[in-house]
Write a protein that binds this ligand. Structure first.
Ligand code: NDP
Ligand code: MG
Length: 384
């Protein structure tokens, strides 16, 4: 039985992970759970999976959960408590699926404690790619991608030599506004932006998919996971989200991984690796719809180019992009910023940042703090 710690258990990835665990009775034991404030769902998860330790984001949530669970499980709160969950003794794999920068410190702590990682929280790699990969090497742990594109690339690299890779191609669904004319972008509301045509995901990543920031973050994630320069990473729009990404080799062959768009697939791959286990995802019928591919439109979706630029700038630029984006997306969701202004906020903050190379996680955290402050000012001053 594999011992797991699940960070972000109440979210979209977290609940899909528990579906995979349920589909494989006797294969996994949940030793620790961490989440934010969804106490009701956590209580249900505690009853079903009997973890030893549970972490929530706030003291208030911890108080509520303790009232529900009595003394049956230890409950902590805050970042230190998420770190405790991530480093629970006896855990062999940590599934990291807290959303946003809040996942950084628990994931780094898990690596430093020698835990293997199944990584959904792409922000960790975006913010601190270099330091993350160094820590992985030092600790000798395995990182398996959960992000569907990276899982596809990982699978498509198996059995091939790295020096034979010409480039990797990440597929993008194009999001809900793939065919929306630029003139209509002014009328985009949070409700329409949250309605992703192919994937059911948390709010932040759904908006990132609508702006294509998500694909940009994934390019940065791929740069670190697969140790490839920006020039060897490209993006193609594939609205059906069946081909999850590809690797092109020097002989012109392309190897890819296909399945229905369901995160239970890549989650099961990361949890079962190297075995293939039951995912519970619906089987793919390739006769159902034609597969199409085309170039992304960086005029309507300038955030994609912006993210590529941060990779070339290097240093703290990706961390700054990520921090500013979290603030801009939240402002958009609260109707304080228009859809098109998300790009303007990111661009302004990036132009003003100090592009130094972070030497420690503390410096990454400081760049994130600065970016959030700068983005908050940019949102407030509207028309940035
Ligand atoms: P959700 O918003 O659905 O879930 C986020 C999870 O993180 C929830 O459990 C939430 O708790 C928890 N959380 C949020 N803030 C904190 C905090 N400060 N401390 C502790 N826990 C916190 O997000 P997703 O599941 O969609 O995404 C999770 C991660 O996986 C992201 O990094 C995303 O980029 C990545 N990912 C997601 C994919 C998807 O299909 N959903 C695909 C590929 C990657 P609560 O709800 O209890 O407050
Ligand atoms: Mg993805």
């Amino acid at each position: 039985m594999k011992q797991l710690a699940l960070l972000g258990s109440t979210g979209s990835i977290g609940t899909s992970t528990l579906d995979v665990v349920r589909a494989n009775p006797g294969a996994f034991d949940i030793k620790a759970l961490a989440a934010g404030s969804n106490v009701g769902l956590l209580y249900e998860q505690v009853k079903e999976f009997s973890p030893e330790y549970v972490s929530v984001a706030t003291e208030q949530a911890a108080r509520e959960l303790r009232t529900l669970v009595g003394g049956s499980v230890e409950v902590g709160f805050g970042v230190d408590s998420a770190i405790t969950a991530a480093t629970t003794p006896g855990v062999s794999q940590v599934l990291s699926a807290i959303s946003g920068a809040a996942g950084l410190l628990p994931t780094m702590a898990a690596i430093e404690s020698g835990m293997d990682i199944a990584l959904a929280n792409k922000e960790t790699l975006v913010m601190a790619g270099h330091l993350f990969m160094e820590a992985v090497e030092r600790a000798g742990v395995t990182v398996l991608p959960v992000d569907s594109e990276h899982s596809a690339v990982f699978q498509s690299l198996k059995g091939h030599r790295k020096e034979d890779v010409e480039r990797i191609v990440l597929t993008a669904s194009g999001g809900p506004f793939l065919n929306t004319p630029k003139e209509e972008f002014a009328g985009i509301t949070p409700k329409t932006a949250l309605k992703h045509p192919k994937w059911a995901m948390g709010a932040k990543i759904s908006i990132d998919s609508a702006t294509l920031v998500n694909k940009g973050l994934e390019v940065i994630e791929a740069r670190w996971l697969f140790d490839l320069p920006a020039e060897k990473i490209s993006v193609v729009v594939h609205p059906q989200s069946i081909v999850h990404s590809m690797v092109e080799y020097v002989d012109g062959s392309i190897v890819s991984q296909l399945s229905n768009p369901d995160m239970k697939g890549p989650i099961a791959y990361a949890l079962g690796y190297p075995a293939r286990i039951e995912s519970g995802a619906q089987r793919l019928d390739l006769t159902k719809e034609p597969l199409t591919f085309f170039e992304p439109d960086t005029d309507r979706f300038p955030c994609l180019k912006l993210a590529f630029d941060t990779l070339r700038t290097g240093g703290v630029a990706p961390a700054v992009l990520n921090g500013a984006d979290e603030v801009a997306v939240e402002a958009f969701l609260n109707n304080r910023l228009s859809f098109a202004d998300i790009y303007r906020v990111l661009d302004t903050v990036l132009q003003n940042h100090n592009p130094q190379e972070p030497c420690s996680i503390e410096e990454v955290v400081e760049a994130d703090r600065w970016a959030r402050e700068a983005a908050t000012e940019a949102v407030e001053s509207q028309g940035v």
